[in-house]
Ligand binder design. Structure first.
Ligand code: EPZ
Length: 421
């Protein structure tokens, strides 16, 4: 039995929607709890599938967890384990984020290699290189990263690959370095807001980090980190999802509890295309915008356009007169979902790492399949503007990263329901 969304397109989205806490921030903040024996209390944690997978993983590693109404309290028990098994890493590749904290805290760990994902290879060589530079001995054994150290030592680490800096790689090395001896410099560090959130929380725990939010981080190791109480930042990708939904079909849609600064670049792009967007301190008001100009854009590391927003821009391009194009600068193969959009009447050609999108008059409802989290949510947006009924299958992908998506959309006026098939 699997679940699908059934959507009848054409309904306006009006009213207010509250953005949840950032999934990708919460996941790394939870992993950071491994660095301390004291309690970590996190507020604004979104209640979604990946968070529950992360809870399961932390429990396996010896943490006791209470999760009530978006408040998550993590406590240490005596049943410590340092192995992240395949069945959990396989469910959520972000589980690789326990590598650095386990190694720093317990001097050894075994973490399953994540393997690929629906939008192409997802290597972890930069994570491994970072740990080696800090002095870890690493063997790749039967699908596992087997790591040990007699004590991590600070080092200078250049953390970018062919497609730029690694977000989770930066976070992994940053966490490991907080308990290493001496000074670590991470050159070409990722600057994503979720990594900044992690650095801010680590500082509150007693870590010494300079250059937060820049591409060079200097971390001076300390002997121990303390417990902390901390609030997760708003989810910028969920914000972007509702923002584009509003441009497609909103009527004074108010997106609350968000941080517009984290979307400064895409907001500027959308405004230049003619989108009606009003920015307040922690909210955005957006309405359906007619006669938008076609766009040519590429995804890149922060502060530029996030790869996780790419599928939403594609849906937008589908209904803008003229030819738009979006190039993928992070995951060149992240376009599988465009064949599903084609089933809804979209005109999209993939040329290398670029989707060339010719605007059509309208999309038409069809049964389509989510291939990953963001692609799945983009198909939901397509369903909201399409003529007639759309069924989005395999919505477990969407449940991994969106808290109550169909409830939030229904409150705004969308005709969407979850059905069992
Ligand atoms: C994070 O993944 C996010 N996940 C992803 O969001 C997001 O798409 C991605 O960053 C890029 O912004 C979480 O935060 C949990 P990367 P991450 O390492 O850190 C290459 C979502 O939908 N690379 O920054 O794993 C890699 O192939 C998810 O919420 C190496 O070459 O991504 C890619 O081209 C999906 N070697 C580029 O770097 C490595 O060791 C950036 O990937 C690691 C990465």
């Amino acid at each position: 039995m699997s679940e699908s969304f059934e959507i009848k397109g054409g309904k306006k989205l009006k009213g207010k929607v509250q953005i949840s806490g950032s999934k990708n921030s919460a996941l790394v903040l939870m992993a950071a709890s491994i660095l301390t024996d004291e309690d970590v209390a996190l507020h604004n944690v979104p209640d979604l599938l990946d968070i529950h997978t992360s809870i399961e993983l932390l429990e396996k590693l010896g943490k006791k967890i209470e999760f009530v109404e978006n408040r998550l309290v993590i406590q240490q028990t005596k049943n410590i384990s340092t192995e992240a098994p395949y069945d959990l890493v396989n469910k959520m590749r972000a589980s690789i984020i326990v590598l650095g904290p386990l190694l720093a805290k317990y001097k050894k760990c075994k973490v399953s290699l994540p393997g690929g994902c629906a939008f192409g290879p997802r290597p972890v060589d930069l994570h491994i290189m970072g740990m080696k530079k800090l002095g870890a001995k690493i063997k790749l054994d039967h699908g596992y990263i087997d790591a040990e150290t007699s004590g991590l030592v600070g080092a200078q680490i250049f953390l970018a690959g062919k497609f730029g800096p690694s977000v989770l790689g930066t976070d992994n090395v940053m966490m490991a370095a907080t308990l290493a001896t001496g000074e670590t410099i991470i050159d070409s560090a990722a600057m994503e807001p979720e990594g900044v959130d992690l650095a801010n929380m680590l500082e509150k725990m007693g870590a010494k980090i300079e250059g937060i939010g820049t591409s060079t981080l200097k971390i001076t190791g300390v002997a121990k980190l303390n417990g902390v109480e901390y609030t997760v930042i708003p989810d910028r990708i969920e914000t972007g999802t509702f923002l584009i939904a509003g441009i497609l079909i909103g009527e004074n849609l108010t997106i609350e509890n968000c941080n517009p600064e984290h979307l400064a670049y895409p907001i500027e792009l959308l405004k230049n295309m003619g989108a009606k967007i009003e920015i307040k301190k922690d909210s955005i008001i957006v309405s359906k915008s007619e006669n938008l100009k076609p766009f040519t854009v590429s995804t890149s590391p922060y502060p530029f356009l996030a790869t996780d927003l790419q599928p939403f821009f594609t849906v937008l391009g589908c209904v803008i007169a003229g030819t738009s194009s979006i190039s993928e600068g992070i995951y060149p193969d992240r376009f599988q979902y465009t064949s599903e959009l084609a089933r809804m009447g979209a005109d999209i050609k993939i040329e290398g790492n670029t989707a060339v999108i010719k605007g059509v008059e309208k999309l038409t409802g069809a049964e389509v399949m989510a291939s990953d989290l963001r692609a799945g949510a983009a198909l939901v947006l397509a369903g909201l503007i399409a003529d007639g009924k759309t069924v989005v299958d395999r919505i477990y992908h969407i449940d991994r990263g969106y808290e109550k998506l169909e409830e939030k959309l229904s409150v705004l006026g969308a005709d969407i329901k979850r059905v069992e098939k």
